[in-house]
Design a binder for this molecule. Sequence first.
Ligand code: PSU
Ligand code: MN
Length: 301
Amino acid sequence: MTNPHLDIAPEVAEALAAGRPVVALESTIITHGMPYPHNINMASRVEEILREGGAVPATIAVINGRLKIGLSAEERNILADCKDPMKLSRADLAYALAQTRTGGTTVAATMISAHQAGIKVFATGGIGGVHKGAEESFDISADLDELSRTPVIVVSAGAKAILDIEKTLEVLETRGVPVVAFGTDTMPAFWSRISPFKAPLRLDRAEDIARFYQVRGHLGIVGGMLIANPVPEASEIPADTMRGYIDAAQAELDRDGITGKAVTPTLLARILELTEGASLQTNIALVENNARLAAKIAGAL
Ligand code: PSU
Ligand code: MN
């Protein structure tokens, strides 16, 4: 571990050295994905779930120019309560370190950081992808490129339904990223268990996911894997119900001319209002569910 910008929490460093399971967690969901104090409650609950599953949690974030691999409760609070945090991806992760800034790491930046620390499994909510209207806006998340180059297993609830899921799947296929639905034939859509699209691959056990990852390594295939784990039935919002809210939020976004990094946080915040908080409860439930699966995969590896 010679990277001078990394602060690996002692507990995480010990687990990695001993070959015990470690699961990374992102922090854009804390800084930009959920309102305070839901964000901080979710962040500590998800860490608890990983521990219950036998894995050491490593929440990744940039605090005052240090790349943190594993946060203390105090550091989690600093992040959740930060006034103007950056939303960091591949393009600006190093900028934040060089300029002593504070920010949440997206899926892309968390994958880069986890890999630097030697962590192979990462749990999130939903990845970024191809936005609706991308043929005009060119808005395609850097998460997709990162999945094609960095060897980390990303456990998600699929692509967020605010995205164009069909185009997101196409780009992932082009970039050679395996998309594995867990225990289902259908691609899940974040708040909903189903989308209109068939999942490219299916596996039913954490051990099988671990084995798939290892065989990719044997073949020298570079890059990560996307696991799409459907939200538990009790917490899902049916796709038909979500569609109206998503269309309304997207129409407001277009009307207000919002682009770039603000797109995903703005859509999520608006959908939270439109669903009167129900989308947030679902978002929390699916992250927790992903943490449970990620702990099993890390154990199997
Ligand atoms: N999952 C959630 N909430 C979020 C995100 C994921 O449940 O806020 C974040 C992730 O960090 C993801 C980012 O990488 O949204 C995608 O942003 P963009 O579309 O700008 O690439
Ligand atoms: Mn974007």
